[in-house]
Design a protein around this ligand. Structure first.
Ligand code: ACO
Ligand code: PYR
Ligand code: MG
Length: 357
């Protein structure tokens, strides 16, 4: 019988030990591609060095009669392409679909040693993660894998949001959670018809001046996703896993995409999905801290010594809590700079300038 003490014990004889810590690797953009689409597949080797995560999508956006082609395409690509340090993820079909069992059996058996993370859509509660967890352990044991696969849940059902804390803590394999605004909107019976982003009708309006109700009243569009993203971030932080904003469907609107990504970044998300090559650079820009913020963070950390007490820098009080925030930014910058010499140079130049001021 399993007790809570067995949380980190393998769920099948011969399966690798589940991870004790989730690796915090750069994952600013999870780039989606259809592995059964020849044109997209040929672009994968060229895109791999530009992105942190490549994800072979098998679920929504893949036609029912192309599901097998996508699955087989992913196996072929995973076996033949050198991804370097770029992670390879997949999104399998939903747990109630006719495809998911074959997705998991084929992928773990054929390319389980190449895959890093399996994204599970439409997760409703911990029971969905427990099912995948056990099945993965059985398949890993059969395939002789020595490294456990990680699991990522999409938050895209009303019950998933209600159960987000238990989902985040359902298994040591849980790597992270992404917001799925399109299915979530449908599940909640929201009256939007978009994939992520805001809506001009969701707003607040200033009070009327005098008797005139129609004039001089400014409106401010509100963020439809604030509550869900904030809840997801808290659930992930509580369980030591990583939160992500999901897709932004208006590919043409690069400006609003950047805004949506930045809101998520500021609230604690580590990355977002790129659905089209045009969104890769947006995610890279937004989810890499700005050089001036890195310079400021390093300056505060330097001035705070052992991190206790209070100091004044440029008129702003700094203490234990602000230095902790600065460490979050500086540590992320260091991790990204270790892989990206251009960023490293930009961070160092900005820091030198800030320290000279
Ligand atoms: C709600 C959700 O579940 S979101 C997640 C599911 N959705 C997805 O995964 C969608 C992934 N993206 C796509 O399918 C496509 O980008 C689409 C359908 C949105 C647009 O595709 P297109 O109409 O071909 O766009 P466009 O003409 O601008 O593409 C330009 C080039 O980039 C390629 N391209 C487009 N998207 C991608 C991609 N995600 N990865 C790699 N290459 C891509 C196209 O094949 C095209 O190549 P070409 O220049 O050789 O012809
Ligand atoms: C991301 C996703 O699957 C959705 O928005 O529905
Ligand atoms: Mg969805």
């Amino acid at each position: 019988m399993r007790s809570p003490k067995d949380f980190f014990a393998p769920l099948a004889v011969g399966a690798p030990d589940p991870p004790r810590q989730i690796p915090v690797l750069p994952s600013r953009m999870i780039h989606f591609f259809d592995p059964g689409n020849e044109k997209m597949a040929t672009k994968v080797p060229g895109i791999a060095p530009q992105v942190d995560v490549l994800l072979g999508n098998l679920e929504d956006a893949i036609r029912a009669d192309r599901k097998e082609a996508a699955r087989n395409g992913l196996v072929r690509i995973a076996k033949s392409v050198d991804f370097g340090r770029t992670q390879l993820w997949t999104r399998v079909n939903s747990l109630d679909s006719p495809w998911v069992l074959d997705d998991l059996i084929t992928l773990v058996t054929e390319i389980g040693d190449r895959l890093d993370v399996i994204m599970v859509p439409k997760v409703e509660g911990a029971q969905d993660i427990h099912y995948v967890d056990r099945l993965l352990a059985q398949l890993e044991a059969r395939a002789g894998l020595t490294r456990p696969l990680l699991v990522h849940a999409i938050l895209e059902t009303a019950s998933g949001v209600a159960n987000v804390e238990e989902i985040a803590g359902a298994s040591p394999r849980m790597q992270g959670i992404s917001l799925g605004p399109a299915d979530l909107a449908a599940s909640r019976r929201m009256k939007t018809t978009r994939v992520g982003g805001g809506h001009p009708g969701y707003l607040v309006r200033t009070d009327p001046v005098g008797e005139e109700l129609d004039e001089g009243r400014t409106t401010y569009q509100q963020d439809l996703w604030h509550y869900t993203v904030a809840r997801m971030v808290d659930a992930c932080a509580m369980h030591g896993i990583l939160p992500y904003y999901g897709p932004f469907g208006d590919i043409r609107d690069t400006v609003a995409c950047e805004d949506q990504f930045r809101n998520a970044f500021l609230l604690g998300c580590v990355g977002a999905w790129s659905l089209h090559p045009a969104q890769i650079e947006i995610a890279k820009k937004v989810f890499s801290p700005a050089p001036r913020d890195v310079a400021w963070a390093r300056k505060v950390i330097g001035a705070m010594g052992d991190g206790t007490g209070a100091v004044m820098i440029e008129g702003k009080m700094q203490d234990d809590a602000s230095v902790k925030q600065c460490r979050v930014v500086a540590e992320l910058a260091d991790a990204l700079a270790a892989r990206d010499p251009e960023l490293a140079e930009a961070y160092d130049a900005a820091t030198e300038e800030a320290l000279a001021e």
